[in-house]
Design a protein around this ligand. Sequence first.
Ligand SMILES: Cc1cc2nc3c(=O)[nH]c(=O)nc-3n(C[C@H](O)[C@H](O)[C@H](O)COP(=O)(O)OP(=O)(O)OC[C@H]3O[C@@H](n4cnc5c(N)ncnc54)[C@H](O)[C@@H]3O)c2cc1C
Length: 399
Amino acid sequence: MDKVVIIGGGYAGIYALRELIKNKNIKITLIDKHTFHNLQPEVYDLIANKSSIADVTIDLTTLCMGFNHNYLEYKNLNVKKIDQQNKKIYTEEQEIVDFDYLLMAAGTRTFFPSSIPGLNSAHDIKKLNWAMFFKQSFENQLFKKIQDEAKKCDDTHIVVVGAGLSGVEIAAEMAYNSKMFFKRGNFSCDNLKISLISSSDTILPGLTSSLISISHKRLKSLGINVITNTKLQKCEDGFAYLSNGTKIYHSFLIFTGGIEASKITEELDVKKNSRGQIIVNEYMQSDKYENIFAIGDAAEIRNKKDVIMPPNVTIARISGTNAGKNVLNLINKKRLVKCDPKLDGILIALGGKYAAGNIAGLFHVSGLVAYEIKKYVFQSYRKPLLKLIRLGYKKLKKL
Ligand SMILES: Cc1cc2nc3c(=O)[nH]c(=O)nc-3n(C[C@H](O)[C@H](O)[C@H](O)COP(=O)(O)OP(=O)(O)OC[C@H]3O[C@@H](n4cnc5c(N)ncnc54)[C@H](O)[C@@H]3O)c2cc1C
């Protein structure tokens, strides 16, 4: 029986899995070092205390049990080494997993430049345990402000470095929620400040000027201090030192300045880019091994015009689905299908029931309409997975 292994139960890995289970005569193993699929794009709601862990995770055990496949198993293992010649995967837990076909879907992590001293202590928003820590820190900050009330009411500062999608969304949601918190309690000590630092001359570099302008206005209206053309130089004794000569004393700092491929991709002796992402062909295969595929954020994926696609959920879905199909095609000795990645738009959550976006590159939306569309997109992704985990839970508990 052919053995297919997916490393990474994130968006890309799960989309690949949904294709692979169509063949009931292969052995599929999904490996993830976490027990859950982290719905990263929804994590800003968690941090801002709008949702809980249960809302931003999909349990991988019950998910796999929910699929109708006799030879599908999920293994909670941390992959440490891959022997591509002998087709073996080595894990921290000392378990060895064999494969005939491998899909690398291990995603990315936040890149902390070593040139910024003190930055290691900052929190990686891509990891759920840090997001939880951050949620608690945020809540603690709000509580601290109330405790301070009758005394001195000093300024409290949160710094978000990096004004790409995640930085902007997190800053906006925190600003909105702290505003609402102070308003709800009529607290007099409400001077919690949020600064968003961008090394570019705008926030959201690369997006349309109209989207940048709508988002910028919204951040300003939420009282966020947007600092552009400025780099973080070092973090020391609670201060963030900036290239514009200022320093900010902060309660905590979130760095969202860039990404690099997950460490495990280093293990594969295949062509990679400077961020460690595996460069794949139009079938999502690595350059050296036709049985090794890379998908989602872990891969450098190009469209038909040879333009590199940004790492996001849409590209994870398209590449994961394509690779899943192509593994089955290889097994069945059929022709491989080319991947045609296209973006269907962008939607940015900007605090509360307000978002801004661009639909299929055709028109802009903002406000409540954009928020509802974004919510609908998230729900449509989550709905089939929730159905599967409920089914898996019932099977597990023999209900
Ligand atoms: C705060 C934030 C907001 C975002 N907002 C949006 C948005 O609004 N829209 C959008 O399209 N995208 C957004 N993104 C990006 C989106 O989350 C990613 O593009 C998407 O998660 C990529 O999916 P993936 O499957 O490639 O990787 P991931 O979802 O990162 O999954 C990788 C999996 O691999 C596992 N793994 C890694 N290393 C190992 C190992 N050694 N052994 C075993 N398992 C391993 C991890 O545990 C993880 O489960 C956002 C990201 C963040 C952080």
